[in-house]
Structures are given as structure tokens and as C-alpha cells.
Design a protein around this ligand. Structure first.
Ligand SMILES: [Fe+2]
Ligand SMILES: [Fe+2]
Length: 193
């Protein structure tokens, strides 16, 4: 098999295409995540990150144009899988509070994947001495990190709400049912007697 990639430039272009595919796939998935979320701050967070994601894709387009490369032509298979997992959370027959936790977990997987992709791309940009491109990629990387931090912060209250929902959704303990039965018997006896 002939060697197709022989330069760092090509490796960099390959990574950028992968990231571009990831961003465009994520941009399609985020509105569904926002729709499926119940907590207002989580819903708003997904919508906000959708706008950022569109900018991330535009930045990659500009970088590719500067490098005389096309951003298209690759499908990020990992993102396809991560989005499938997100869709599973969306489709799950779960209490809204539980679903929010599942959406947060799915979204954090995506952010971490993006963070690793941009970290590698930044390393290549640095190695190639592409200062402006490095600065642009670092801006995106920092936005992915910030999004992950927001999701991490949201998971605390989401967990508390899910815990409360679990408590109220639980069927009464058998002991408590027996107590209620005794009270009902007493009341019936009183009425009858
Ligand atoms: Fe992104
Ligand atoms: Fe992201």
C-alpha cells in the first residue's frame, strides 16, 4: 500500500477535518439535547453551546481555508458513536430528573472528546509554528473546557433533584402500608360501631 500521508501538514489537515466533522455533527445533536432537558439552566446551557459550536465549525473552516485545505471529506466516527449514546439518553423512558443526569453524562463525554482533539490539534499547530492558528484553536479548546466545567457544576443540583425525585417516586415501604391498613381498619370499626 502506498504511503499517503508524508507531511505534518497532512496530519494537521486530517485532524482539522476530523474536528470539523465532529463540530457539525454536534451542532445537529445539541438542539435535540436542549429539547430533551428539563432543568432550565441545562436547557439554556445546551442552547448556548450550540451557538459556540457553530462558531467552532466556522473557525475550522477559516483555518482550513488559510491552509488551502477543505474542511469536509471526513466523518468523525467517535462523535457518531457519542451522539448515538446521547440519543439513547434522549429516548430513554426515564423520570425527567434522571434524564437530565443522563444528558449531562452524555454531553460531558462529548466535551472531553473535543478537548482531547483540540489539545492534539494545538500541539500540531505549535509544532508547525502556526501561531495565529494555535491561538484560534486554543480559544475553542478553552470554550470546550468551560462548557465541561459548566456541566460539572450543573450535575450537583441535578443529582439533588434526581435524588428527591427517586424518593417521591418510590412505592411506600411494606411497614408503612401495614400501618395505613391498621388505621383504616380502626376508622371502619369506629364508623360501624
Ligand atoms: Fe466544539
Ligand atoms: Fe463542545
Amino acid at each position: 500500500m502506498a504511503t499517503e500521508i508524508t507531511s505534518l501538514h497532512e496530519v494537521f489537515a486530517d485532524q482539522l477535518k476530523d474536528l470539523y466533522s465532529a463540530e457539525t455533527l454536534i451542532a445537529k445533536a445539541l438542539p435535540k439535547m436542549a429539547k430533551a432537558a428539563t432543568a432550565a439552566d441545562l436547557k439554556a446551557g445546551f442552547k448556548h453551546h450550540l451557538e459556540q459550536t457553530k462558531v467552532h465549525a466556522e473557525r475550522l473552516k477559516s483555518i482550513c481555508a488559510a491552509l488551502k485545505e477543505k474542511p469536509t471529506g471526513k466523518t468523525c466516527q467517535a462523535t457518531v458513536g457519542l451522539i448515538k449514546e446521547g440519543q439513547e439518553a434522549i429516548d430513554e423512558d426515564a423520570l425527567p430528573e434522571m434524564k437530565d443526569l443522563m444528558l449531562i453524562a452524555a454531553a460531558r463525554r462529548v466535551e472531553h472528546y473535543e478537548m482531547s482533539g483540540y489539545t492534539s490539534a494545538c500541539g500540531l499547530a505549535k509544532g508547525l509554528g502556526l501561531k495565529d492558528i494555535l491561538a484560534t484553536l486554543t480559544t475553542t479548546l478553552n470554550e470546550e473546557k468551560a462548557t465541561d466545567a459548566i456541566l460539572a457544576k450543573a450535575s450537583g443540583p441535578a443529582l439533588a433533584k434526581a435524588f428527591a425525585a427517586e424518593k417521591s417516586a418510590k412505592p411506600a415501604e411494606p411497614g408503612a402500608v401495614a400501618e395505613v391498613g391498621k388505621v383504616i381498619k380502626k376508622v371502619v370499626k369506629k364508623i360501624a360501631g
